[in-house]
Design a protein around this ligand. Sequence first.
Ligand code: FAD
Length: 378
Amino acid sequence: MNFDVVVAGGSVAGLLCAREIASKRFSVLVIEEDYEIGTPEHCGGLVSMAGLEELGVIPFRKTFDHMIESAEITAPNGNSFTINSEKQKVVEISRRELDKQIAFQAQKNGAVIKVRTSFQEITDTGIRTNEEIIDCKIFVDARGVSSLVHKDRTGILLSAQYEIYADWIKKGKVEVMFDQEKYTGFFAWVIPSDEGKGKVGVAGRGINISETLDKILEEKGNYSTIRKIFAPIWVKGPIAKFVEGKTVTVGDAAGQAKPTTAGGIFTSGMGGVYAGQAISKFLKTNNRIDLEQYQKKWTKRFGKEFAKQIFARKILERVDNKTINKLFESITPEIVKEISEKDDFDFHTSSIIKLLGMKGSIKTAQTLIGGELKKLLS
Ligand SMILES: Cc1cc2nc3c(=O)[nH]c(=O)nc-3n(C[C@H](O)[C@H](O)[C@H](O)COP(=O)(O)OP(=O)(O)OC[C@H]3O[C@@H](n4cnc5c(N)ncnc54)[C@H](O)[C@@H]3O)c2cc1C
């Protein structure tokens, strides 16, 4: 078998990459090791409408669950504030359906998709799967965080996310809970998919995630668990080289998920889009500069924001509960209003800066964290 490009990983980044390549009439095969595109779903499904539009995906009715109206952020001592997110136009989508929708787009352009086929290794002429050897000019690694496990474990946190039914889940209201003792260096979350239904998850450094999540749920009230998933997330930002030899790495495999939240539908998806465009150009010209454009384009778009997010993450990993409680006390209604009205879900370090009191009258954050904050602002 012979293709111009073989993509390993049939999820958002790999499928978008294949869609772009196929649109330029090059032959492309996507191999997915699972039984079904879109499963096992390991995602909260939060994404901005603007992000989806840029990815070239207008959600089908089946894909689109509902709009998110607010996000309640809670400190370790229980104090909280609520951001009205209506202006940011964030939606909760079904990844099972979204990935299938993108697979359909890729197939319509001419891509071939095979499930239950796993990438094993690179060969001299292409790759070897569990079934056969396939020749190709370019191999795209879109295998998600699993591709990073062997490269660098320090950027990986384990997450647990349960799909549950519970009266206390309110349609349209996301919850984010901080507690450095319980969810060190990360947070716990509730993402509704409807009234009384949703996903509750947690990640953290060196914690027992299933025990922690069970405790969160016990404290919240009655619930029934419909599904449990455990998946690694990557919080260290982009890898050094997206393109090496004939291998092009895209999506979470390239560290393109946000270092603050590990959200990657948009940023990892754009990695797939940019890579697909650069690969198509390279296949036409055979000029490696065209291939290298992929990393340049992604870095130009997201590099600065990701650098700031990495820094915000460093702060989060250093502060204790007392500090977080103090920071929450300094958040004024004006700051919350400003974030609600102006901020961008996909480029959210400006919200973090505001929350840290830099734009408000109280300079708690500077006192607590000192000069380091200047880096976030630069
Ligand atoms: C608990 C959790 C919640 C999340 N919530 C959100 C959210 O609300 N919003 C958001 O934007 N992002 C969220 N994310 C992140 C988001 O899911 C990822 O950023 C996104 O799915 C990355 O897409 P990808 O295509 O790069 O990789 P993945 O979606 O990880 O896909 C990789 C694919 O490669 C396949 N694969 C692996 N190895 C092989 C192999 N050897 N051969 C063939 N196929 C292989 C896998 O089966 C998989 O289908 C969440 C992640 C987790 C874990």
